[in-house]
Design a protein around this ligand. Structure first.
Ligand SMILES: Cc1cc2nc3c(=O)[nH]c(=O)nc-3n(C[C@H](O)[C@H](O)[C@H](O)COP(=O)(O)OP(=O)(O)OC[C@H]3O[C@@H](n4cnc5c(N)ncnc54)[C@H](O)[C@@H]3O)c2cc1C
Length: 327
């Protein structure tokens, strides 16, 4: 009988991604209710010394697949290894983080395992010992409860930045186990030849704690100067609406929304953004939403916790100066 909660941890350049701690924490909560163990799986090259930290967030055991061919993520290699590890361990619940990598991996993995998967989940619970996943649908207008019918592992992917992380318990260390796996070179169809790093040093929007986002109301690329300055003093990342991206004012990697990134920061400041449903789809799970818009009827105010009806070119510089005084 399948048993236990398995969590697929994610690392980049040998550093474990925040979403991994979120799903380990969530896995811990579920496993405690079930009276079962949490097993994290970590793939990479030379990453074994990072495994222990997963224990601080709740993993009882970490299975490490260490191999130079796993240094950089490729769908072929990661799916092959993880599918083998999952089958060998037969977990009841399998959780992944919904980063770009996790979304890619989970789709192929669910096909390889022959099970369904609930994507973009914002909460997990249990009913009669089975996983129930909550996920936004219709661009966040409604929530669907997804349960699993006679299929294991019950597999779900968590939206990053939504689920609470446990406080790390530094006195806890998990059992760290090297797993053996067969990785047939002939099955590897892709090879990473070069990675081009974003040199801006800015935190990826999906992991940012604070996002200052600008739309068509910024009037042009130069308008973003005041947003960059506010972002600097707040330690925030800058996002954009699709109108701003389509106009060529910001790169596509900044786009928030249905066809951009889905973000859930603690604070989202929407500046000169009307609040179209496709934009809301990408940011409505933010913990606190502030809108600055000169149109009091703009739909963004229906989602905002706090709103300022005024010209953003007056408000943002004044706000930045106030933040500087207390920063
Ligand atoms: C299939 C599809 C997918 C889409 N995907 C996305 C997506 O991923 N993300 C996304 O954002 N959109 C997406 N869109 C586009 C979406 O429908 C909207 O067109 C877009 O979000 C509008 O961007 P905006 O709010 O910046 O511009 P507008 O709707 O033009 O709003 C600009 C706002 O700025 C305010 N403003 C102007 N000047 C000032 C000022 N000086 N001070 C204060 N306020 C000011 C105005 O009052 C207005 O509310 C998608 C559309 C489709 C059809």
């Amino acid at each position: 009988m399948p048993n236990g909660v398995m969590v697929i941890a994610e690392q980049r350049d040998g550093e474990i991604r925040k979403v991994s701690y979120e799903i380990v924490s969530e896995g811990r909560n579920l496993a405690d209710s079930l009276g079962q163990v949490v097993t994290a799986v970590l793939l990479g090259s030379g990453v074994k010394d990072k495994a222990a930290i997963l224990g601080q967030y709740g993993a009882d055991r970490v299975l490490v697949a260490d191999d130079p061919r796993l240094e950089t993520y490729t769908t072929d290699a990661y799916v092959a290894v993880i599918a083998e590890v999952v089958k060998a361990n037969d977990p009841a619940i399998l959780l992944l983080g919904g980063s770009a990598q996790g979304k890619d991996l989970s789709a192929r993995l669910s096909a390889r395992l022959g099970v369904g998967t609930a994507q973009d989940c914002t909460a997990f619970s249990l009913e009669s010992g089975n996983l129930v996943a909550l996920r936004p649908i219709y661009a966040g207008k409604a929530y669907a409860k997804v349960s699993f019918v006679d299929s294991w592992p019950q597999m779900a992917v968590a939206r990053p930045n939504v689920m609470a992380m446990n406080e790390p318990n530094t006195s806890k260390s998990p059992e760290v186990v090297d797993v053996s796996f067969s990785l047939d070179d002939s099955a590897l169809k892709t090879r990473v030849v070069e990675s081009i790093r974003d040199e801006s040093g800015k935190v990826d929007l999906t992991e940012a704690d604070i996002i200052v986002s600008g739309g068509r109301g910024m009037k042009g690329p130069e308008g973003y100067g005041i947003l960059e300055e506010l972002a600097n003093v707040l330690g925030a990342s800058v996002g954009a609406s699709r109108s701003a991206v389509d106009a060529g004012w910001r790169p596509h990697s900044d786009q928030v929304g249905q066809t951009g990134k889905v973000v859930s920061p603690n604070l989202y400041i929407a500046c000169g953004i009307s609040g179209a449903i496709q934009h809301l789809a990408g940011m409505s799970t933010s913990k606190v939403i502030v809108a600055i818009n000169k149109d009091a009827e703009a739909p963004i105010f229906q989602k905002a916790d706090f709103g300022v009806v005024d010209d953003l070119f007056n408000i943002i510089p004044a706000f930045t100066e106030e933040v500087k005084k207390i920063a």
